[in-house]
Design a protein around this ligand. Structure first.
Ligand SMILES: [Ca+2]
Ligand SMILES: [Ca+2]
Length: 353
């Protein structure tokens, strides 16, 4: 159905020019956060109790203005509860308070896992909320846990492509038990959070890894005003590759033939996630409003005529390593006598191959 004939070189050149001006990170980034445990009796001889498992994952995407735990710090009631019992209600309240106060953006929750379990969750980060905290109890244990604390996804103002953190065993300093199944021995006053030192296999070998991997080039976004299905992006936006942005008219509101172009910007609207309402430019119906979802400056890249079938634009990602971590934002436009229609938008974030 796609018409695969498009101004590759023109858009490639435009991409280069626009990305070069995008040194500041203005957009959000989407990451897969993968918890991958390798804890077993063979990886950790003498440190693998019966019923070994992890409590439900809990954490947050947040800003630099809040910390939920840190090595050398004193555990909060939420960290104490999580590390001793695996319960999440208290830490959940601490995270929700941070969200209400604006220092955190999203609460993260995942399932409890087996000793060799793994789980991936998708998160969105913004320049204001670019850190991730995620913890889970080593169970059974007195007060031991694994996780990350305020792991930043930005480096020199750019989104990091991938970070892998070894899961070392932490002692919350809230229970003095020395073995996996020690009875409760509340530590009062609390000790600072520190590495577990009494279990040799934990000292020598991490229990697994947490990997944060940025998703590239495949993010469609919108607020529901432009119809779903008006834009699609295929391919991975890595150096030297090609992604295809396809625009369509699912509700059949555009007269044919119509002309098409991609509007491209290196920026999100200053009002993001809100866009700008474009009266009558909607594609829900012939008279509905549309929404401009990309920022300024904005360039037009002409595409093939629309005759009723989706129109594909190939976007060549130049092989310029300095552009890794940058993003472009594109939105499709149809125009015919008496009717202009705008599609939802795509973020094209450039990554390493
Ligand atoms: Ca302890
Ligand atoms: Ca305690």
């Amino acid at each position: 159905m796609c018409i695969r004939d498009s101004p590759k070189s023109a858009l490639g050149a435009l991409f280069l020019a626009a990305a070069s001006s995008a040194l500041a990170q203005t957009g959000s980034a989407v990451y897969d956060v993968t918890f991958d445990s390798t804890w077993s009796s063979s990886t950790h001889p003498g440190a693998f109790p019966g019923g070994a498992h992890y409590s439900p994952l809990i954490g947050a995407v947040h800003g630099a203005g809040v910390s939920f735990w840190e090595p050398g710090g004193i555990a909060s009631p939420g960290i104490e509860q999580m590390a001793e019992t695996g319960g999440t209600s208290s830490l959940r309240s601490e995270i929700d308070a941070a969200i209400a106060g604006g220092t955190a953006m999203t609460r993260l929750q995942g399932p409890g896992l087996g000793a060799a379990g793994n789980h991936t969750m998708m998160i969105t980060a913004t320049p204001e909320h670019s850190e991730v905290t995620l913890v889970t109890m080593i169970a059974p244990s007195p007060d031991w846990f694994v996780g990350i604390d305020g792991q930043s996804l930005l480096e020199n103002g750019l989104w990091v492509d991938q970070i892998t953190v070894p899961l070392v065993a932490w002692d919350a300093g809230t229970d003095s038990g020395t073995n996996f199944t020690s009875s409760n021995q509340n530590t009062n006053p609390q000790d600072p959070i520190a590495l577990v030192t009494g279990i040799p296999a934990f000292v020598s070998t991490p229990l697994g890894t947490l990997t944060l991997t940025r998703r590239h080039g495949t993010i469609v976004y919108g607020n529901g005003l432009n119809p779903a299905g008006t834009i699609r992006v295929d391919g991975s936006a890595t150096l030297g590759s090609t992604v295809t942005v396809t625009i369509a008219d699912p509700n059949g509101v555009m007269p044919t033939p119509a002309q098409t172009f991609l509007a491209v910007s290196a920026f999100l609207p200053t009002t993001f996630p809100s866009g700008r309402i474009l009266p009558g430019f909607g594609m829900q119906s012939a008279t509905s409003n549309g929404e401009l979802l990309i920022g300024a400056p904005l360039r037009r890249v002409p595409g093939d005529p629309f005759t009723g079938s989706p129109v594909a634009h190939d976007v060549v990602i130049p092989n310029v390593p300095a552009q890794v971590g940058m993003s472009l934002y594109a939105q499709g436009v149809f125009f015919a006598p008496g009717k202009i229609g705008v599609t939802d938008a795509v973020q094209i974030a450039i990554g390493m191959p």
